[in-house]
Write a protein that binds this ligand. Structure first.
Ligand code: TYD
Length: 404
């Protein structure tokens, strides 16, 4: 039993995963000592926030060894350019607008804002990716954002027209402080918008692999509305995004007198239909998750039993949860190919599957590939057309196991 980080109420446990390594804790050597933590996720019946119970210190995850680089997928590069265009449109009629992005990573979005000569600031605590952003001509400060940092930014740059973050708000344990910071940083007509994997997508697809150390919160319209209200802010719109396996972009403004879009009412109604406001919805989710793990492991075992090799595609952060919870290791998966240079020749956290280059996959004749980067299925199926034409199969598993 634990207390909600947002409102202090007693939460209801949804899934207990047991001891887990950190999702991006790829190993250089097999005998390296691994950091493990007790991973479980809980739901707050009061403010509807779904959250990790135990968390890992940010310094353990977002340090100068951080492996996650945004610019690894074409689809994501296009997505972030779209966000930059939306922002540029929003501030087109403003005098010297100021844009702040939390977790700007390698500058995948802000480089477009910088290229337009718009006053901006990226906030990125991982120094290795912050350095990449600087190479992209993005102004960056290596800090964690909170109310105190917001004050410092206002003193140095003035208030902001836009505060945004993609796949970063879910990482920040003290999210109350970020919302407090947003009220300090934003102009009265400013807008905060952020996007993260959407709880309703996770529950509908049973995509529990979104749950890992870096994701403290699993947002929904229900929980964001309650969180905004706590800080004198208002959820004014929510727009679904077809990235990261289904994300939601939430738009928030100061005050309580703004127009609320129909999207918010419809979105919250759909969440209630799936019982995201009560424990029953989460009990059904847990049952489906356990069934998928069982089915997937059996499918892989059957393929192996028929003397076929299995490899995997995309050493994603989220696959750390899938592989560890379903206990899928090197006995079933020979290696995982990945295009990220600093993941290659390392081993997966907890399960110790070797990671090889994409070229290794291209040179291979393995005909069964577990698609760990399932969120990029469209892009990968297009890229691997000839693999499939030659009889190669991908194994996917949300919302059910499919070999196709
Ligand atoms: P990502 O989608 O960011 O997921 P997560 O947040 O769970 O890490 O990661 C995608 C991973 O898959 C990344 O390591 C790069 C890799 N990848 C490939 O190797 N080839 C590809 O074609 C794509 C799209 C991704």
């Amino acid at each position: 039993m634990s207390q909600c980080r947002i409102c202090n109420q007693t939460t209801h446990q949804v899934i207990h995963f047991g001891k887990m390594p950190i999702a991006n804790g790829f190993l250089r050597e097999l005998d390296e000592k691994e950091f493990l933590f007790d991973m479980s996720v809980a739901f707050c019946p009061q403010c509807f926030m779904v959250q990790l119970e135990e968390t890992v210190k940010p310094e353990m995850m977002f340090n100068d060894n951080y492996q996650f680089v945004s610019s690894t997928s074409n689809a994501m590069a296009i997505h972030f350019e779209g966000i930059a265009q939306e922002i540029a449109g929003k501030v087109a009629d403003k005098q010297d607008p100021f844009i702040v992005e939390l977790g700007c990573n390698d500058g995948i979005m802000l480089k477009h804002i910088a290229a337009k000569g718009i006053h901006h600031l990226g906030i990125e605590p991982s120094s290795n990716v912050a350095a990449m952003a600087r190479k992209n001509k993005v102004e960056v400060t290596e800090k964690f954002f909170n109310a105190a940092t917001a004050q410092e930014i206002v003193q140095e740059h003035g208030q902001a027209d836009v505060l945004c973050g993609s796949n970063v708000f879910c990482h920040i344990e003290d999210i109350n402080s970020v919302f407090e910071g947003a009220s300090i940083l934003l102009k009265d007509d400013g807008v905060l918008f952020f996007e993260d994997p959407y709880l309703l997508d996770i529950v509908q697809k049973s995509s529990f692999d979104q749950i890992y150390d870096e994701h403290v919160y699993y947002y929904s319209g229900l929980s964001v509305q309650a969180l905004a209200q706590r800080h004198g802010l208002q959820l004014v719109d929510m727009v679904h995004q077809d990235v990261h396996g289904g994300s939601m972009r939430y738009y928030i403004q100061k005050g309580s007198d703004k127009n609320i879009s129909q999207n918010v009412n419809d979105g919250i109604a759909a969440e209630k239909e799936w019982q995201l406001h009560q424990t029953e919805g989460y009990e059904a989710f847990k049952t489906k998750v356990d069934q998928i793990c069982k089915d997937l492991k059996q499918t892989l075992k059957d393929i192996k039993q028929q003397k076929n090799r299995i490899v995997a595609y995309g050493a994603t952060s989220k696959s750390t949860t899938l592989l560890n919870y379903a206990q899928i290791g090197p006995d079933l998966i020979e290696y995982i190919c990945d295009t990220t240079p600093n993941k290659i020749n390392k081993y997966t956290p907890g399960t110790h599957i070797p990671i090889k280059s994409y070229d290794a996959f291209l040179a291979d004749d393995a005909r069964n590939t577990l698609l760990l980067a399932w969120n990029h299925k469209k892009e990968i199926f297009a890229k691997e057309k000839s693999y499939r034409e030659k009889g190669g199969k991908f194994i996917t598993y949300f919302p059910e196991v499919v070999v196709e």
